[in-house]
Design a protein around this ligand. Structure first.
Ligand code: HEC
Length: 115
């Protein structure tokens, strides 16, 4: 019996935590997208913009596919960054997990792939 009560208390605590954290989340998303945009234009080495077109970032690279046309979702971007693909180098070890997540979220959103 005592166990169940503790479990309920824990669940309640987690819920209240989730609701306290939620409003902050929107600001985090904006910060993450901004970080992704900066990485796209110049932060990543070599910069994505050298090879890819993406209007939102003012990028007109033509070595790789236009991301505006490809509209990759975040998972597809992250996979390309981790493993590399064709002529595109892998960014594994060059970008942190957080940076890869930021780029993936930004490219998906800016290209329309997240819709
Ligand atoms: C040296 C040029 C180059 C750079 C720099 C580069 N890419 Fe690419 N990228 C390519 C090429 C070429 C392809 C197409 C590969 C293929 O399909 O054979 C590609 C493909 C992709 C794809 C599509 C993957 C798929 O599943 O079809 C995404 C998404 C992508 N790049 C995102 C990025 C991002 C984000 C960056 C910056 C961190 C970046 N690229 C940097 C050349 C580049």
């Amino acid at each position: 019996m005592k166990r169940t009560i503790q479990k309920h208390a824990l669940v309640a605590a987690l819920w209240s935590l989730a609701f306290t954290v939620l409003p902050v989340h929107a600001a985090d998303d904006a910060a993450q997208l901004q970080q992704g945009k900066v990485l796209f234009g110049q932060g990543a080495v070599p910069a994505c913009a050298l090879c890819h077109a993406l209007k939102d970032a003012g990028a007109e690279g033509a070595v790789g596919p236009s991301l505006d046309e490809l509209k990759p979702d975040a998972k597809r971007v992250a996979t390309a960054l981790r493993n590399g693909i064709g002529q595109m180098p892998s960014y594994n070890g060059k970008l942190s997990d957080a940076q890869i997540a930021a780029l993936a979220a930004y490219v998906a959103k800016a290209s329309g792939g997240s819709k």
